[in-house]
Design a protein around this ligand. Structure first.
Ligand code: HEC
Length: 161
């Protein structure tokens, strides 16, 4: 019963903005971000700079890599709750769900963590300022393919803060 409750609490937070549309790429089962057969997409300009990506890398290694892995590939079993009913750290490299979240929600997840929602990610609002959080998210998003980024960009424009 506890597991069901935890999932019920987590799903609205982490799957927010998850509306399915035919333009969204399939989530793959083999860890590849985009389906190889997808047609090429015109690349959308990124919101961040190369400088931010560079600054974000060491910050991610220091604060996030222990759980989400140094290359942001996360836990392969990220969809399965553990014995305590907690979800493992998901990949952030574009293969899981993070691209369903508009930027304000990504920032909030990092600031507040997942504990208030029954998850286990700690909050970072006392450790990282908003500029550092944006630098980390820039590094994370630099792993996303143009296709994933373009799809995220549409979601991001739909959802205003
Ligand atoms: C102690 C382990 C841990 C650390 C450290 C951690 N996370 Fe997480 N993170 C998780 C877990 C577990 C989840 C799944 C939700 C939950 O249980 O809170 C998660 C979820 C997320 C999500 C939502 C992903 C999705 O697909 O919905 C984002 C974004 C995220 N983390 C970013 C970060 C960033 C950026 C950092 C470093 C500043 C970080 N995390 C540090 C464990 C961690």
């Amino acid at each position: 019963m506890k597991k069901i409750l935890v999932l019920a609490l987590l799903i609205p937070l982490f799957l927010a903005g998850c509306s399915k549309s035919s333009q969204e790429p399939e989530e793959s089962k083999n860890g590849q971000a985009a389906t190889p057969s997808s047609p090429p997409v015109a690349s959308v300009p990124r919101w961040y700079t190369e400088e931010q990506v560079k600054r974000g890398y060491p910050l991610f290694q220091q604060h996030c890599a222990e759980c989400h892995k140094p290359d942001a590939s996360g836990d392969p079993n990220w969809k399965q709750v553990d014995a305590e009913g907690k979800l493992p750290p998901p990949p952030l490299n574009g293969t899981a769900h993070a691209w369903h979240h508009p930027l304000p929600l990504l920032r909030r997840i990092v600031r507040e963590g997942g504990i208030p929602m029954g998850g286990s990610m700690p909050p970072f609002k006392d450790k990282l300022d908003s500029k550092q959080i944006d630098d980390i998210l820039a590094w994370v998003q630099s792993h996303w393919s143009d296709q994933i980024y373009a799809t995220w960009n549409k979601i991001n424009q739909r959802k205003k803060p």
